[in-house]
Ligand binder design. Structure first.
Ligand SMILES: [Fe+2]
Ligand SMILES: [Fe+2]
Length: 189
């Protein structure tokens, strides 16, 4: 396991500056959300820092890891937006030596959401969306305030936004996201 500085350096080397800066902001904001939810600040800090580590990997690399770790072959039909979370968690474990299953799980679901989400899953999912570098509208501002008081509120808002955004672009919706939407927004428990 590398120390935090070493991991930061590795993330920096693997990403464009734009995405590295986003990662630092997610890490910062994840710590704030952790404080508000009495959660382990170090875990939130680490999850935020590394969550997009694999986002600029090539398609070939993702496909290689899907085979290497014998992941669901259905995953091959998807692309980077899905891969960098689910497959990214394996890449991060291997390349950064991160073994913490809570952190790896949060990375795995940070692009899709899920029906069952731990506090760390929720913190990372929301920090990724609400980090201060995002283009803030009044709507997002209000969502941020309410999310800081109640993570579950934010989860429902983000899933609703994601479904709306993807369907308007006529893009496929990953099944896990659809199930998560039905659970968190549609009230199918
Ligand atoms: Fe991401
Ligand atoms: Fe991100």
């Amino acid at each position: 396991m590398y120390n935090f500085e070493e991991i930061t350096q590795k993330v920096k080397e693997n990403l464009s500056d734009f995405r590295f800066q986003h990662s630092l902001r997610v890490s910062e904001y994840a710590q704030e959300l952790a404080k508000k939810n009495n959660y382990d600040i170090q875990k939130a800090k680490l999850a935020g820092l590394v969550h997009d580590y694999a986002k600029e990997s090539s398609n070939e690399e993702f496909l290689f890891y899907i085979d290497k770790y014998k992941l669901d072959p259905e995953l091959k039909k998807w692309k980077t937006p899905i891969w960098h979370g689910i497959v990214g968690a394996y890449i991060i474990k291997e390349k950064l030596g991160i073994e913490d299953e809570d952190v790896l799980h949060a990375i795995s679901v940070h692009t899709t959401g899920d029906i069952e989400m731990t506090i760390l899953d929720k913190i990372l999912y929301m920090a990724d969306w609400l980090e201060p570098g995002r283009d803030f509208s009044e709507t997002l501002d209000a969502i941020k305030t309410k999310t800081e008081a109640n993570l579950d509120y934010g989860i429902a808002q983000q899933l609703s936004f994601a479904l709306d955004f993807l369907s308007r672009k006529k893009e496929a919706i990953y099944p896990k996201t659809l199930y998560a939407y039905n659970y968190w927004v549609g009230g199918i428990k």
